[in-house]
Design a protein around this ligand. Sequence first.
Ligand code: GAL
Length: 846
Amino acid sequence: MERKKLNIYVALLFVSLIFERVNCTTVTYDGKSIVIDGKRRVLQSGSIHYPRSTPEVWPELIQKSKEGGIDVVETYVFWNYHEPVRGQYYFEGRFDLVKFVKTVQEAGLFVHLRIGPYACAEWNYGGFPMWLHFIPGIQFRTTNDLYKNEMKRFMEKIVELMKEENLFASQGGPIILAQVENEYELVEWAYGVGGELYVEWAAETAVSLNTTVPWVMCRQTDAPDPIINTCNGFYCDGFKPNSPSKPAMWTENYVGWFSAFGYAIPYRPVEDLAFAVARFFEKGGTFQNYYMYFGGTNFGRTAGGPLTATSYDYDAPIDEYGFIRQPKWGHLRDLHMAIKLCEEYLVYADPVQLSLGENLEAHVFYKASNDCAAFLANYGSNSDATVSFNGKSYFLPAWSVSILPDCRTVVFNTAKVVTQKNLIDVVFPRKSNMIEYSLASSEWSWFKEKVGVWSNSSFITSRLLEQINTTQDSSDFLWYTTSINVDENSKVDKETKAFLLIQSLGHAGLVFVNKKLIGFSYGYHDDASFNFSGSIDLNHGRNTLDVLNMMIGLQNFGAWFDIAGAGLYSVIVSHSKNNSKEDLSSAEWTYQVGLEGESIGLDRIDLVNSTLWTKGSDLPTNQSLIWYKTTFYATDGKGPLSLNLSSMGKGQAWVNGQSIGRYWPAYISPSDGCTDNCDYRGSYDSNKCLRHCGQPSQILYHVPRLWVHKGVNLLVLHEELGGDPSKISFLSRVRHEICSVVSEDGIPPVDTWKPKTSLQQPQVRLSCEHGWLITSINFASYGTPKGDCGTFTAGICHKNVKPIIQQACIGNRECSVPVATAKLGDPCPNVLKSLAIEAVCTTTNP
Ligand code: GAL
């Protein structure tokens, strides 16, 4: 008996020793790559910012990333939400950083933690807490002791938290990299010597925290050793780190771009994105991060700005709602597999570069003289080419890279998308794919805001105040109230005309004269300052002027962005009668921070039955500054919902007390500059490929499933401009249309490739979201089908292969069909044929 116990004990000890050894990972680097447990690695990384989704979907998002070939999840840490009041920390709900890191760990992926603490990220104030701004004498992001003390304290806090939870790789955790600061080089010039000293200090401070993992500084050519300077940009294949002992790393590869209210929506064709990635690895890069792999949503007032939209979809491989975006996700997954097949070559030695003609080149990675992997590139944007390499000839479309893991077989070409596409538009719904619910209750209540001062917390000053310093960002709103006096003795008409010119640093403002709305002016993302000018009618005697100046997300980027101001700076009235100008800028102004409804907390669930709300059947529409409330029944199901706010103007919406963000469908983007078929060839920038010109930047607003429950739910809106809430609807997605077209001579799926075999066949592969099934085949033609997804038609050569496809696919989550006559028959011998399929995935649990 005792002996048995001893045996068990010895066995346990042995297991635990092994376990410990397996668990403790060392992370270092050399001139080639990040080195994990002594092994050089090629790593694909993807940004997922934890507060831009809700915790119940983290596992699914991370799983989809893993299936997409992502090895590392990257996130910033958002100081302002973790320490809303100095010394008071918050790590709950969407801000549960530990839980997020552990979720990544459970999926078996690594984490790159960008501690910053400056984030940028289109996040309010770049992630800085507002209180930091009010420390007397502080200067952000330079060699200022007050700032440095706070920055260091917060970095220590995060590092300690991660250590306590054993989350660094050396402790058996997933964190393999950390970041200090963010793209400081772009603004360093503005801080002079202070900036240079700050970089030194930030590096020393980071290293002193003893995280046991390498630190990076992105976009920081002078990053001091041992910090790795990394590249951010649309392309990074020309990048060289500042020392031969550091690897070439790309920390922000933009998969698209963020949207701002009033702008068309940027997207980036996956052929170009894949080209950029392949070029980077081809030239010796070994780590690359998609910014964003999943963008998500700027809930509440988290959006930076000014005027960053609530959707942070980013045209990412996983869309704002957590659905896979095709062909982006699939084409990149194939690319990652192709690169993985070359991993041992990529980390073995530097490539040998060969010219194959004008704009044509090969990079060959040798392990031995007869054992190599190669990348063939055509970096010209106009002409396709056929090149000869290693005794064979290869067709290279313009602006493309082919990957040959054995120096012979092309397993992937960046311009040849063989993965499925889907016809989904997160911005404007394809009606056929959504179930639309009107708000079951037609009962509305409302609360009308007063114009101007609404409480005795207002105060008077004889000048115009800067807004951020006044509100401390406790609200988007500041009332500026004054009076305009017209001589009562003048005997002429009762009314007199005047001209009003208001100048504001930003971001938008409603103007009321004698409590009547006379205008709304606003800026835009690149310059949020605005003027209001217009003629006004004044009465004899005292007239009131009330301006509600609004902020739409605090600056998050640029030198000294933290002291960029907002609010009115000049108000001038020109009286037409006597041609006199009156400068009201130093008149007596009364200020009121925020709105009455905000201070009451009208968005709160516990006020749902308050008598403050007016109830009735005569719902007031097209009114500015009005709160609305109703209830709705959420459907059963698991998926996300969205709120269609196209009937509304501008404001903020709450579901069961949770803010789903600012909305602004009334802001229409410029009418030109858009194309649905952007040519992927040639250099991309964020203005190259735009959609939805002349339309609102966002009409659908994401409501996470976590925030609704069975039965009655509460919807509250604060409308600033005027809208019709009775037309609001809820949408949930129940269908996806998926499609694919693959040619007989297409590239076989990369995962079927094995060295020294040549049996792979091109295939059409279709797959639905997890839990969804293929329920119908809309189109299936083998021959020479025309058109593209959504518009397929049969060509001259056509065989209707629907029955074959139905048999292979219906009722399954995924299916694959070889593009070969053996399976499909031969409608036209000696003609190059393709298989085109359009199918529908549905869910019974939307
Ligand atoms: C980068 C920055 C990111 C993000 C991005 C634009 O310059 O580092 O945080 O703001 O631009 O989306």
